[in-house]
Design a protein around this ligand. Sequence first.
Ligand code: GH3
Ligand code: MG
Ligand code: MG
Ligand code: MG
Length: 297
Amino acid sequence: MPNSFSVLIIDDEIINLQIISDILRSEVDIIMAKSGEQGVRKALELSPDLILLDVMMPDMDGFETMEKLSQDSRTCDIPVIFITALDDIKNEEKGLLLGASDYIQKPIHASIIKARVALHLKLINQHRILERLSTIDPLTSLANRRKYEETIRSEWKLMEEINETLSLAVIDIDNFKQYNDFYGHAAGDKVLQKVAAILANNFKHNSNLVARYGGEEFVAIMPRTSKKEALQRLNKCISEVQEMAITCKKENDNVVTISAGVSSIIPNDGFKFESLFAAADEALYLAKYEGKNQVKW
Ligand code: GH3
Ligand code: MG
Ligand code: MG
Ligand code: MG
């Protein structure tokens, strides 16, 4: 079984909680809840990797608990396995239709629980590997363009709903072709990694996302951020890149620098999120035109 997974067991009978946790304890971290309400609360607080859910419980039963979990974006992706004494097909069907990953019947057999949980944790692990491969840029470890596209859409929608400013920066390394031509592609790759590390450090807070858009171009999504704040952030990145003092040409003491363009908007029906990118890209063009190593808006 993959290590360091946590499993939330929800069952109204203490004895069942004990039996199941004894079976799994050596393989995973166990969280226990003795009612549907408590289970939902712990799922929200502790984000377990997998949930084992009893069906027959007083107050909120397993099916209602499952519905609650699937209604919240923070818990809807956690796989749920029903473990229940109900053995008719209708109930099994109902559980699976509600989105359960599996349905195990009581009485509890240690080897069956172990094997099924191991199988699901393996699937979760593979899913995470695939997700990582499809959203991370391998050279810089930043988010990739796919992840950017996904995030800008969802943040645009969210900021429109809550009427908040969304800022976007497009960032580009200055004279990078020259650097590559002079020092070679491998050295160029190292510069990309160093610039990426500075950006990652400056956009690690809140719901910011910095991504490698392609080549030597990056984007930073800054929800709930005014243009003024965004410009301050970009100015800090620009200074930090310059302060790394990576020599750019042998003949004089030029160093690697970056330029950026920023645009900000409270999203609304009249605009598309693509227009935010276009405006930031235009501002970047202006920054280049006016001598590079600066941010424009
Ligand atoms: P400007 O200041 O106007 O941005 O000029 P520039 O030379 O940076 O821009 P240009 O678009 O002409 O060249 C971008 C260069 O970035 C070309 C390419 O060699 C380099 N580049 C793009 N992707 C990579 C990469 O993954 N690794 C390396 N080493 N270089 C890359
Ligand atoms: Mg029960
Ligand atoms: Mg460039
Ligand atoms: Mg470029």
